[in-house]
Design a protein around this ligand. Structure first.
Ligand SMILES: Nc1ncnc2c1ncn2[C@@H]1O[C@H](COP(=O)(O)OP(=O)(O)OP(=O)(O)O)[C@@H](O)[C@H]1O
Ligand SMILES: O=c1ccn([C@@H]2O[C@H](COP(=O)(O)O)[C@@H](O)[C@H]2O)c(=O)[nH]1
Length: 241
C-alpha cells in the first residue's frame, strides 16, 4: 500500500500532448496553459522524482494533415518533428522562468538551437535533478511522439510512461465521437492493441509491452492528476502487461 502523497516511482517519462498546449486557442502555445503544465511538473519534481518529458507537436503541425493535402508524407513528418522542437524549447523556457533546471535534447540534429540526443548525457542530467525534454520525436518519419515516449522511456530506464492528454483515460471508443463510451480503470496491452483503441498507436503499445513498461493515461487538464498518478493513486487508465 503506497504511503499517501509519496511517489511510487523514482524516474518517469511524461508524454505531454502537443495539442493540449493550445489551451482554448486554435493553434500554437497558450501561455496560461504552459504555466499550468509547469506547475504540475514542479509539484512532482519537488518530490525528488526524476522526469524525462517527450513533447508532441499536434498544436503546430501533424504529418498526416500535411499528407492529406498532397504533401510528401516524409517531408510533412519532418515538419511535425520540427514542431515538437519548438514546443520543447517553449517548455524548457517556461521551466527556466519558474526556476526549474531543464535541458532539451533533440533527435534531429539542430545543434545551434538545442543539444543532440545523447542517452548517457540525458541519464546524467536526470541523476543531477534536471528535467530532460526530449524533442524531435524518434527522429524518423512515419512514427509518433507516443512511440518516442515508449522509446525514450525504455532507454532511460523509466518505471512508467505517463501520457498526459486531452481525455481522462482510455475509453471503449473515442469519447469525443461516442458519448456512450466508458473508461477503463485498468487494461492490458494485449487488450488495448486487439481492441484497436486509438488513444496511442500500436507501435507505442507494443514497445512498452515488450519492455514491460507500464503506461498511465490521464488528463492534463485535471489539476493535481499528475501528482496523484505519481503517488500511485487511481487516476485515468493504467495499462499493464
Ligand atoms: N479509445 C480511446 N480512448 C480515449 N481517447 C481516444 C480513444 N480513441 C481515440 N481517442 C482520442 O485520442 C486523443 C488523444 O490522442 P492524440 O494523438 O490526439 O493526442 P496526444 O497524443 O495527446 O497529443 P499530440 O498528438 O498533440 O501530442 C483524445 O483526444 C481522444 O479524442
Ligand atoms: O517520431 C516521430 C514523432 C513525430 N513525428 C511527426 O511529428 C508530428 C507531431 O507528433 P505527434 O505525435 O502527432 O504529436 C506527427 O504527426 C508526425 O508527423 C514523426 O514523424 N516521427
Amino acid at each position: 500500500m503506497p504511503e499517501a502523497g509519496k511517489p511510487v516511482y523514482k524516474r518517469i517519462l511524461l508524454k505531454l500532448s502537443g495539442e493540449a498546449l493550445m489551451g482554448d486557442d486554435a493553434y500554437g502555445i497558450n501561455g496560461a496553459m504552459l504555466a499550468g503544465i509547469v506547475a504540475e511538473i514542479r509539484s512532482v519534481a519537488e518530490l525528488g522524482v526524476e522526469i524525462g518529458v517527450v513533447i508532441g507537436g499536434g498544436n503546430i503541425f501533424r504529418g498526416m494533415a500535411g499528407a492529406s493535402t498532397g504533401m510528401d508524407r516524409a517531408t510533412a513528418d519532418y515538419m511535425g518533428m520540427l514542431a515538437t522542437v519548438m514546443n520543447g524549447m517553449a517548455l524548457s523556457d517556461a521551466l527556466r522562468q519558474a526556476g526549474i533546471n531543464s535541458r532539451v535534447q533533440s533527435a534531429l540534429s539542430i545543434e545551434q538551437v538545442v543539444e543532440p540526443y545523447i542517452r548517457g548525457k540525458a541519464i546524467r542530467y536526470l541523476e543531477e535533478g534536471r528535467i530532460v525534454v526530449f524533442a524531435g520525436g524518434t527522429g524518423n518519419p512515419f512514427f509518433t511522439t507516443d512511440t518516442a515516449a515508449a522509446l525514450r522511456g525504455s532507454e532511460i530506464g523509466a518505471e512508467i510512461v505517463l501520457k498526459a492528454t486531452k481525455v481522462d483515460g482510455i475509453y471503449t471508443a473515442d469519447p469525443k465521437l461516442d458519448p456512450q463510451a466508458t473508461r477503463y480503470t485498468r487494461i492490458s496491452f494485449d487488450e488495448a492493441i486487439s481492441r484497436n483503441l486509438r488513444i496511442m498507436d500500436a507501435t507505442a503499445f507494443a514497445l512498452c509491452r515488450d519492455q514491460r513498461l507500464p503506461i498511465n493515461v490521464f488528463s492534463i487538464f485535471k489539476p493535481g492528476a499528475l501528482k496523484r498518478v505519481v503517488a500511485g493513486e487511481d487516476e485515468g487508465t493504467f495499462v499493464h502487461v
